[in-house]
Design a binder for this molecule. Structure first.
Ligand code: DER
Length: 232
């Protein structure tokens, strides 16, 4: 399909432009990162690169192991050279909505440990303002016992509707890799996202948000016409 090829283009461009020998990499989660990891494994083998990979989820961990890459962690490598990850939406200032795959908490930790945070996405994620393309709202990871008060706080202070993310292949709510629940907050207006992110993070019970504000250094968009668009 068109978007799969666009994801592949973005993933390869990021790996080819930012990965070199003797690096510790942060490996994101989702479907676009699969293409980046495939290309990384190819380059490690061809060029005999010394690379270690820190995952952002169980899925990323499996991807690293399945591709024969060296698995590491933040105990051994608390400072990463480059983190590569996907996004659900990118705005004109390179702010991201992430967490569509429910891995935002570890993704933000790893992205924050990297000298350079590089995002890969297909053309559908390229937006001006949050909400133009991505309609599922901002994912928010919460401590399970607090999800109702957090929903009430979110809706009364910021408007919109926050919903507990229910699992499809499991009865009950989605449980994250950290044993927490996820809310999807469908906001209903343009916010000052940097301030709102901080205020949401301060609500007792909130673990983290899918708002990655002022974190990405560069985004590679795989386009429908087979080109790659770079936004810095
Ligand atoms: O859930 C996540 O944070 C993923 O990184 C998401 O933002 C991108 O997933 P995709 O590459 O499958 O679209």
């Amino acid at each position: 399909r068109m978007t799969e090829e666009a994801k592949r283009l973005a993933g390869c461009a990021a790996v080819d432009n930012h990965v070199k020998n003797n690096q510790a990499l942060g490996i994101g989660s989702g479907s676009t990162i699969v293409h980046a990891v495939n290309r990384l494994a190819e380059r490690v083998k061809q060029e005999n690169l010394n690379i270690v990979c820190v995952p952002t989820s169980f899925q990323a961990r499996q991807l690293i192991l399945q591709n024969g890459l060296v698995l590491s962690d933040l105990d051994r490598h608390p400072e990463l050279d480059v983190a590569i990850d996907g996004a659900d939406e990118v705005d004109s200032e390179l702010n991201l909505i992430k967490g569509g795959g429910g891995c935002l908490a570890q993704e933000k930790i790893v992205a924050g440990c990297a000298k350079s945070f590089i995002v890969i996405a297909d053309y559908r994620k390229d937006s001006k303002n949050f909400g133009e393309q991505w309609k599922k709202g901002v994912p928010i990871e919460v401590i399970p016992m607090a999800y109702v008060p957090v929903i009430k706080a979110l809706q009364s202070r910021f408007g919109g509707v926050a919903e507990l993310r229910m699992a499809v292949s499991k009865a009950g709510p989605v449980v994250t890799d950290n044993g927490n629940f996820l809310l999807d907050w469908k906001f209903d207006k343009v916010h000052e996202w940097k301030a709102v992110n901080t205020e949401i993070k301060m609500i007792p019970g909130v673990v983290d948000t899918g708002l990655f504000i002022n974190m990405a250094e560069r985004v590679y968009f795989g386009m429908e016409d087979g080109t790659v668009k770079i936004r810095d």
